[in-house]
Each structure stands twice: as C-alpha cells, then as structure tokens.
Design a protein around this ligand. Structure first.
Ligand code: ADP
Ligand code: MG
Length: 349
C-alpha cells in the first residue's frame, strides 16, 4: 500500500514559503504555513495558514496537530522555539544548525575551523575592542544576530567614525571591508542518504547590500567553480544537513574565494532554478525534507534573475512578457521601499 504523502508545516510566510508551497503541491504534498505576519504572502499559496506569534503555545499546538514534519523558510526563528517544536514533530533541517548560523560569530568560527577562509574579522563588544582591531579598518560592524539585507551593518572607515555614545547592546563582529571582484553563491540540496545535488555557482550583484541580480553561468574560472562547489558540499556534510542550503561567497581582487555566509534554507539567488533547471531548489528541498526520491537535476537553460524592489513592481504588473521571461509577483499587500516584491527570470540560450 502506498503511504499517504506527509503534510508539511512551514514556519515563515514570505515569498520563500510561497515558492516552497507551490513546489510541495506539485508533489501532492500539502503545506501548512505558520507566520507572525497576518498579511504573509504565502497564505495565498499554501493549503492552510495559521497566523500566530511564534511563542503562542496554543497556536503552535494546533499547528503541530496538523503537520507530520516541519521545515522553515527563514533562519531567525528563536532557537528555543524550534527546539520545543522539535520535541513533538521532526524539524528538518535540524535546528541545531540555526544556532550556528543565526550568530555571525559562531558561523564564522565554524567556517574557519573547517579550514575555509572568510574575510578577516573579530568579535567586538566595545569601542575599545574596535580600537584594538584598527587593522580591520575600513571595516563593517555587523550585529551577530538578526541581520539581513544589510540591516544591522555600519561601515567604519577609521577610528574617527567611532561615536562615544554607541552602546553595544548586542554583540558585533568587525569585518575587514574588502574590494569585491565578484560575489557568487552555491546552492546544495543534501538528502538523508548523505548524497547531494549541487547547482552550478550563481553570480550575484547587490545594490545597497540587497541582492539585485543573479545569473548563470557565473563568469568565473574552473578553479573557482570547483572550489566553491567543494566547499559548499563540505559545509553541508559537516552540518549533516538535510534540505536545500546556500553558501554565499566573496571573490576578492586576488581571486581568493571567501565564504561570506551560510543560509540554512532556500535562497533568493536560487530563484532562477525554477525556470533554468528541471528541478528547482524548492522542489529539491521538499524532496529531501520529505525523504522523496533524489532525481538527477540538470540545467535546461542559462538565466538571469532580477529582484523587483519596492515600487518597481507597479511597472512589472502592467507589462507583458516574452516567452523566455518569467515574472513572479509575491502578491505582498504593502509596497515598501526596497522590499522584495517579485522577481523576473529571463532564460538565455
Ligand atoms: P546580510 O546578512 O544582510 O545578507 P551580508 O554580510 O551578506 O549581510 O552583507 C550584504 C552585502 O554587503 C554582501 O553581499 C556584500 O555585497 C556587502 N558586504 C558585506 N560584507 C562585506 C565586506 N566585508 N566587504 C565588502 N562588502 C561586504
Ligand atoms: Mg548576505
């Protein structure tokens, strides 16, 4: 007798939750999204939506009753909440990974311990600590926790930029600001059997620290191509990861490959996999998390993906598209400056 497909709980209701739900439904897997945003866009794409604060035990219990297993679309869910949920239903990938990557200090220490290079950095808790690390200036001060899309980051060009009244309410790392030749990312989906599917490196362009454009093929040499895939695989193996994750890299002017960060989830730079591969990062995530068959994943086309931010969405909504252009509207209720509102993927021969 065939087993019933599992009901998958997804914590977080942004566009990644929407795209995961669409991929799951294609595989006949029902999704229940839990989000603390009552306007969460994923509610339009999932089978059931539960609006709740993440610490509301009553609602969490309702969610737990309805699902067989749980995954998440953003990594900043407080660890203790994921840990308590995990006592009742499996959470995949393992929340212990979040404990590492939620904190830039732990994340960079973990990466460096594997012998993998990052930019030079130091943990700082006061202006005194910054002064001791003057060799890291010009640098970027980044909050250890809860930063995304460049939020929680401050450029410090020299000690003159230090302000007396800075209160270090949380921990920071000070990172050497480097001149970037390029940025790339590698997406990998690792299955329970320890085997992985690795997508080819994607080249990324940021504007104001927000991803603006991603494309394949990345304009890099074969050495960097292989090295970036090898390191991403090593990180996934080391974490005993199950599901899709992304490793973001910097390439400096000397062509050194430095890990910037790890995202334990599907990733914005991988949106182009929906149209450019036979199996997307989202479908592979669902396959890995739900322990479905791992199928060969092949590129069907080169592609460029453009993020549509803020009011730009209005023009796209009025436009018509060519056959090789795929427009995704995240159907967000409110347009906000620099908010990711949709994306466009253009396939290229
Ligand atoms: P977030 O968690 O907000 O994505 P990142 O650390 O990835 O933060 O930084 C966002 C972007 O800012 C990077 O993709 C890169 O373009 C730029 N950036 C971050 N750190 C550095 C650095 N040390 N040197 C140069 N550019 C950087
Ligand atoms: Mg980043």
């Amino acid at each position: 007798m065939l087993e019933d497909p599992p009901v998958l709980g997804i914590i977080g209701g942004g566009q990644l939750g929407s795209m995961l739900s669409v991929a799951a439904n294609k595989l006949k897997i029902k999704t229940i999204v839990l989000s603390d945003d009552k306007d969460a866009p994923a509610q339009k794409f999932c089978n059931k939506f539960i609006y709740s604060q993440y610490n509301n035990q009553n609602n969490i219990n309702k969610f737990l009753d309805l699902v067989d297993k749980i995954t998440f679309e953003f990594e900043n869910i407080p660890y203790d909440i994921l840990e308590s949920i995990e006592k009742f239903k499996p959470v995949i990938p393992n929340p212990k990974i979040n404990q590492i990557v939620q904190n830039r200090y732990k994340e960079k220490s973990f990466i460096n311990k594997l012998g993998i290079q990052t930019t030079r950095w130091s943990l700082v808790k006061s202006n005194e600590d910054i002064k001791k690390n003057e060799n890291l200036l010009p640098g970027i001060l980044k909050t250890c926790t809860l930063g995304y899309d460049g939020k929680g980051q401050f450029v410090i060009n020299s000690l003159k930029d230090l302000k007396k009244d800075w209160c270090f309410t949380s921990e920071y790392i000070l990172e050497k600001k480097i001149t970037l030749k390029q940025e790339i990312s590698v997406i990998v989906t690792r299955f329970k059997n320890g085997k992985s599917i690795i997508y080819e490196p994607i080249e990324n362009e940021h504007e104001h620290q927000i991803l603006k454009k991603s494309q394949i093929p990345a304009n890099i040499n074969l050495k960097l191509f292989k090295e970036s895939q090898k390191k991403a695989k090593l990180i996934a193996n080391e974490l005993n990861y199950i599901g899709t994750m992304c490793v973001e890299y910097f390439i400096d002017e000397q062509e050194n490959l430095l890990v910037n960060e790890i995202a334990p989830r599907v990733h914005n730079s991988g949106h182009l996999t929906i149209n450019a591969f036979n199996i997307s990062q989202f479908e592979n995530h669902i396959r890995a998390v739900c322990n479905l068959e791992m199928l060969p994943t092949n590129k069907v086309s080169n592609a460029t993906m453009i993020n549509i931010l803020g009011r730009e969405i209005k023009d796209y909504r009025d436009r018509s598209f060519q056959e090789d252009e795929f427009f995704f509207d995240y159907l967000k209720k409110e347009i906000k400056d620099k908010r990711k509102m949709g994306h466009l993927t253009i396939l290229k021969k």
